[in-house]
Design a protein around this ligand. Structure first.
Ligand SMILES: Nc1ncnc2c1ncn2[C@@H]1O[C@H](COP(=O)(O)OP(=O)(O)OP(=O)(O)O)[C@@H](O)[C@H]1O
Ligand SMILES: [Mg+2]
Length: 317
């Protein structure tokens, strides 16, 4: 039996149907105290449905969901004070300022002692406290949403696609805020379309596809066990290189007309190829060796591309 100290979320055989549609299909997993756990999946994979069942907003069709040791369908009132939620597509009142928004949500959640200045600091909103919601950029809105999710100093924080639709710089600003949260020891449950986000923030990642979890591990282990190879790219190679690489027993793939990529199983294969090219008198201008990233793992496991559309856009079939 697990305890609350080890696992703050425990899910067994969770299923959610919407009529004929099986949106979440018999999934089981646990989230440990203090970890950042990411649900990585394409549009419609079942991320929001799962998150909203855990945070007590939606009701499961079947299965067991325990949060902080309590059954989410029976203990909503006890749980609501101990969790924070940034819903997908967070929005607030247009004409209310940043500070007023945080104060307002503190009041409606009954948190008289909320540390408003601390939240403003954590979300890096110091220069924007008098700005009205309607004038905030997407990144600032999301950071305000995170501050709002924290008014009750929750133990577990749920963030549904906190950076979808943001430009890369704004996304990194949100990541900084989330790292600050992680350092405070909060357990964070995050959903995302973005591999780099999962890779950068998460201790463990569950890849979800069509309502099923197809893999769950640390980003490092996921790539290690599902894509245990390296990719060598030779830039601006001359015409003979392909034949030489083939003769050395490897299968080159042309990335562009002048670049060749070779998938390698062993580190010393790099040297073998370079030796063969040198011995054959061919040349190249540059080279790059890299491990596959989560994107390659995701493609391999799901056969899907991760949609990266603007905020709020949903890829319905
Ligand atoms: N309230 C609902 N009623 C009917 N169908 C729903 C409802 N909510 C979600 N669905 C459907 O369930 C499936 C999973 O949706 P969900 O919103 O959980 O996916 P998601 O992974 O969060 O997708 P996105 O990346 O677009 O936010 C989708 O096919 C969606 O259309
Ligand atoms: Mg969603």
């Amino acid at each position: 039996m697990t305890t609350e100290a080890q696992h703050v979320i425990e899910i067994e055989h969770l299923t959610k149907r919407y009529g004929e549609l099986l949106a979440v299909n018999d999934i089981s997993f646990s989230v440990r105290k203090g970890e950042v756990f990411a649900f990585l999946g394409a549009n419609g994979a079942g991320k929001t449905t799962t998150v909203e069942i855990i945070e007590t907003t939606r009701t499961p069709t079947s299965g067991k969901v325990r949060l902080l040791g309590m059954d989410v369908t029976r203990r909503k009132r006890d749980l609501v004070h101990r969790i924070g939620v940034l819903p997908q597509g967070f929005s607030s009142f247009d004409r209310i300022t940043v500070r007023e928004t945080i104060q307002y949500y503190s009041r409606i959640f009954g948190c008289r002692n909320a540390d408003i200045d601390g939240l403003i600091q954590l979300a890096d909103l110091k220069d924007k406290t008098q700005e009205q919601f309607k004038n905030l950029s997407g990144g600032l809105r999301q950071r305000l949403g995170i501050a709002v999710a924290l008014v009750n100093d929750p133990e577990v924080v749920f963030l549904d696609e906190p950076t979808t639709g943001l430009d890369p710089r704004a996304r990194r600003e949100v990541w900084k805020v989330l790292l600050g949260l992680k350092n405070k020891g909060k357990t964070i449950f995050l959903t995302t379309h973005y591999m780099e986000e999962a890779e950068f923030l998460a201790d463990r990642v569950a890849i979800i596809s069509k309502g099923k979890i197809v893999a769950l591990d640390s980003p490092g282990n996921l790539t290690e066990s599902n894509a245990n190879y390296m990719v060598l790219t030779l830039q601006s190679v001359d015409a003979r290189a392909s034949g030489i690489i083939r003769q050395a027993g490897f299968e080159p793939v042309h990335d562009t007309r002048w670049n060749i990529q070779v998938r390698l199983e062993r580190a010393d294969d790099v040297q073998k190829i370079l030796n063969a090219i040198q011995a054959g008198g061919a040349s190249f201008l540059g080279l790059d060796v890299r491990k596959p990233n989560l994107e390659e793992v995701f493609l391999r496991l799901t056969g899907e591309a991760l949609h990266e559309g603007p905020a709020g856009e949903r890829g319905k079939e």
